[in-house]
Design a protein around this ligand. Structure first.
Ligand SMILES: [Zn+2]
Length: 331
């Protein structure tokens, strides 16, 4: 029996309307691979925090806001759905795709239903994916570098319509191999919804400023936990890892991952939640191999995501923003 088969009992057959106490926590170490720009208005976001839980001196950390984490994952998922013809916004016009966070959101595709949307008066759906700001394990001083460069116009030139651009921009970049310990949570998924969100975590490579999407980041999954409530925050997780590794923050990523796994298992023992499944180590590696095999097999992937699309569509018709509309039409 595969690991995925042993997990099937943990999932809902259909997305429930109300929170039903099934949480899947994806424990990760996000690891920068080049020079991502996680900034707002030209500067990286930082926060002064306690260094560890036991190490009480303060330090500045880089902050990776939640939108900067989840948006690229959503876009990766939406790209895949489009490639499988699974996001048409219009029954009549199949070429009209669901628009991300816009007036033309379809309100029924896996992205709209799982990650949520809010469109003025025309409805909203709360996200079933919970995330929060992530913090660098090492200090801001050791995690960034400013680069100065000339900022050309879009056409690549330094003048446009006779106007010269003299601005020399200084952009603050995250350095390679900076780690951001992160918990991302999925509430009440179906089996297919679980595969979709996990696939997005494994397949998203570019995070950072949306226009440039400059920075590659690798998400190292270190554990998946099924339980009946929420668990520790990203900051708490980061501080606990800091205590365990403070003399060796530049350790190779394999060491950081195995230390982070041990820390996570210890922290989980103290959480007031009932844990139904905890998947770490070899078992996790086998699970990830099974998930990759689905993503590599076009027929299996099409089948999985088509099933997911039917689930989110029927959820939308029963409870969602398009349910009211349909009823309205009938009367
Ligand atoms: Zn949609």
């Amino acid at each position: 029996m595969t690991i995925l088969e042993t997990l099937k009992a943990e999932f809902h057959a259909a997305f429930p309307r109300l929170a039903s106490g099934n949480y899947v926590h994806f424990l990760m170490v996000r690891h920068s691979q080049s020079f991502p720009v996680f900034q707002t208005d030209g500067v990286l976001n930082t926060a002064r925090t306690q260094a560890g839980l036991q190490t009480t001196d303060t330090m500045s950390r880089l902050v990776l806001f939640k939108r900067k984490q989840v948006t690229p994952e959503r876009l990766a998922g939406r790209e895949l759905l489009r490639s499988l013809q699974l996001t048409s916004a219009d029954e009549a016009d199949k070429e009209k795709f669901c628009e991300y966070n816009g007036e033309n959101s379809c309100k029924k595709c896996p992205d709209c239903i799982i990650y949520g949307f809010a469109i003025g008066d025309s409805g909203s759906e709360r996200s079933k994916v919970y995330s929060d700001s992530a913090f660098s394990l090492s200090s801001y001083e050791l995690s960034h570098k400013s680069f100065t460069f000339n900022a050309p116009f879009e056409g690549g030139t330094m003048s446009e319509k006779g106007e010269m651009r003299s601005a020399i921009n200084e952009l603050d970049h995250v350095l390679p191999e900076v780690t951001f310990p992160t918990v991302e949570t999925l509430r009440d998924p179906t089996y297919e919804g679980f595969l979709y969100v996990l696939g997005n975590l494994l397949r998203t490579r570019r995070y950072g400023a949306q226009e440039s999407r400059t920075g590659t980041v690798k998400n190292h999954l270190i554990g998946i936990v099924f339980c009946d409530g929420e668990i520790f925050s990203n900051l708490y997780f980061t501080q606990a890892i800091y205590d365990a590794m403070k003399d060796d923050l530049n350790a190779p990523i394999d060491v950081i991952c195995s230390q982070s796994q041990q820390v996570a298992e210890t922290l989980l023992n103290n959480e007031p939640v009932r844990k139904r499944q905890q998947i770490f180590g070899d078992e996790l590696n086998n699970l990830l191999a099974e998930v990759s095999a689905i993503y590599q097999d076009e027929a299996k992937l099409q089948e999985t995501l088509s099933t997911l699309y039917q689930q989110t569509q029927s959820y939308a018709e029963t409870y969602g923003a398009i349910a009211g509309k349909k009823k309205g039409k009938k009367s």
